[in-house]
Design a binder for this molecule. Structure first.
Ligand code: HEC
Ligand code: HEC
Length: 437
């Protein structure tokens, strides 16, 4: 029964969740990739803002593997693409003045030198606030049908507005405030005029950032050269891994644009699945019950805040669709450059690609009633796992070859001794019975 007292209590319990949960993951946030440790943190402060560097430059459409037709198909006809708009977007992407206290830019969490990620398990924003999710790469985000792990933004323009005002990310009180932080800047006035023929304003700011992001297509990997006909571009291990990917390992069920044709472009079905990440650690069951209850009471959580700042984040796509079947389902990510974008998964809970493979191999989800049907024990041997990782590593674009080689060596060394996800009994055992929903 609804009455105003329970209404108030529910609203309160949701707010309480918002505040407790952000403390819980601080330890996780310090997990790092080996590319070079993320810049040191000062307590209560955002991480230092990375510089632009050569890797921030727009990418060429002449890269081997560049999908010309697909790129045209995913680019909205009205999207600006002039060099002036792109240059403006690039400058905005690295400008801390769009944040509440001048210290955080998009690049804080999307560092060009680390393939536009931050190398942390979960991101850290304004005042050192620790969010709930891993920062995905912005490379090839132009091909995503939806943005964010839960797809809550439909376009790059819509997406760009959200971190600017999220209290754990850039923390501006409003988009208008972010704009007023740069509106007096003579250079910006000129650049907005050149790009859009009018003064500094909110809509063009978002359009410029998106225009820059649409130039960040990342192909030209050894795999692309292999597909283009250079049989020596990838190792025998990577070739075997590509076969396994499309057969025994069943990766193509989700990491391909279509079920019946091998996909060599973006390695995602643009869909959402629960693959059993962090189901126990995150108390998904009780949270799902609570969210459904609060929904029934007429208290839908504020989406972007819930996703980044509250424990409700683990409910994933459910927060967007409110469909129980979408509980803890997340977007299938593109696998390009995955070697250099760890730690892995929406919560950054896995440190190496071998951990990722061990997770899939055991068909996780013994306690997960929402587990996708595509996830089941794979009975992959150690050499097969090494082959799959070699294939994933072959998706690293040329500008990241050096950091990729170093990261491969690091992960390989870790994987020889440390395999927290390995469970051979389950990997080679029968398919477990599904829990009743
Ligand atoms: C404090 C860290 C932080 C800042 C600052 C930040 N982001 Fe992100 N970004 C993230 C995280 C974490 C996610 C994933 C969040 C989610 O899925 O709920 C994300 C997701 C994205 C995505 C979606 C990618 C995909 O594959 O779905 C894009 C695009 C993006 N950010 C661009 C930007 C832009 C543009 C800015 C600046 C206006 C920005 N980000 C500022 C951390 C940050
Ligand atoms: C049932 C669909 C499905 C199948 C099958 C599947 N994946 Fe995934 N994959 C996903 C989803 C969804 C995510 C994100 C899940 C999350 O973060 O909660 C993901 C994440 C990943 C990631 C982490 C990427 C990142 O940026 O953090 C890697 C690597 C990966 N998958 C590789 C593989 C490989 C290799 C296989 C085959 C052994 C495979 N996947 C099979 C759906 C699937």
């Amino acid at each position: 029964m609804m009455n105003s007292k329970t209404d108030r209590m529910c609203a309160k319990s949701f707010v309480a969740l918002l505040f407790f949960s952000c403390l819980a993951d601080v330890a996780v946030a310090n997990g790092e990739t080996g590319i070079s440790p993320p810049l040191a943190l000062e307590p209560g402060k955002a991480p230092p803002l990375p510089g632009q560097g050569p890797l921030a430059a727009p990418r060429s459409a002449g890269q081997t593997g560049f999908p010309t037709a697909l790129t045209a198909a995913v680019t909205p006809p009205a999207a600006p693409r002039s060099p002036a708009a792109v240059a403006l977007g690039q400058k905005l992407f690295f400008d801390g003045r769009l944040s509440g206290d001048g210290t955080v830019a998009c690049a804080t969490c999307h560092d060009a030198a680390r393939a536009f990620t931050d190398g942390r398990s979960v991101s850290i924003g304004i005042h050192g606030r620790v969010g709930q999710r891993n920062s995905p790469t912005v490379l090839n985000a132009l091909y995503n049908k939806t943005q964010f792990w839960d797809g809550r933004a439909a376009t790059l323009e819509q997406q760009a507005a959200m971190p600017i005002t999220n209290p754990f990310e850039m923390g501006s009180t409003s988009l208008a405030n972010a704009v007023s932080g740069i509106a007096g800047d003579r250079d910006y006035q000129v650049q907005f005029m050149m790009a859009f023929g009018r003064g500094v304003n909110e809509q063009d700011l978002l359009r410029a950032i998106a225009a820059y992001e649409r130039t960040l297509a990342s192909f030209d990997s050894p795999f692309d050269h292999f597909i283009a006909g250079d049989g020596d571009a990838i190792s025998g291990a990577a070739k075997r891994g590509w076969e396994l990917f499309n057969t025994k390992a069943r990766c193509n069920l989700c990491h391909a644009r279509s079920a019946d044709k091998r996909d060599v472009t973006t390695f995602t079905d643009n869909d959402f699945h629960n693959i059993g990440i962090g189901i126990l650690r995150h108390r998904v069951g009780p949270l799902a019950e609570q969210a459904e209850h609060e929904l029934a009471q007429g208290h839908p959580p504020a989406l972007d805040t819930a996703a980044i700042t509250s424990e409700m984040s683990v409910l994933g796509r459910f927060l967007v669709t409110k469909r129980p079947a979408d509980t803890a389902a997340f977007k299938t990510p593109d696998l390009r450059n995955v070697l250099v974008t760890g730690p892995y998964f929406h919560d950054g809970s896995m440190q190496t690609l071998w951990d990722v493979m061990d997770h899939y191999n055991k068909g996780d989800g013994l306690t997960d009633p929402w587990l996708d049907d595509g996830i089941q024990p794979l009975a992959m041997t150690e050499p097969e796992i090494d082959d799959l990782v070699a294939f994933l590593a072959s998706l690293t674009s040329a500008p990241y070859k050096k950091v990729g080689d170093e990261e491969f060596a690091r992960q390989f060394a870790v994987s020889r001794t440390d395999r927290p996800q390995r469970d051979n009994a389950r990997a080679f055992g029968p398919k477990p019975k599904r829990l009743p929903f």
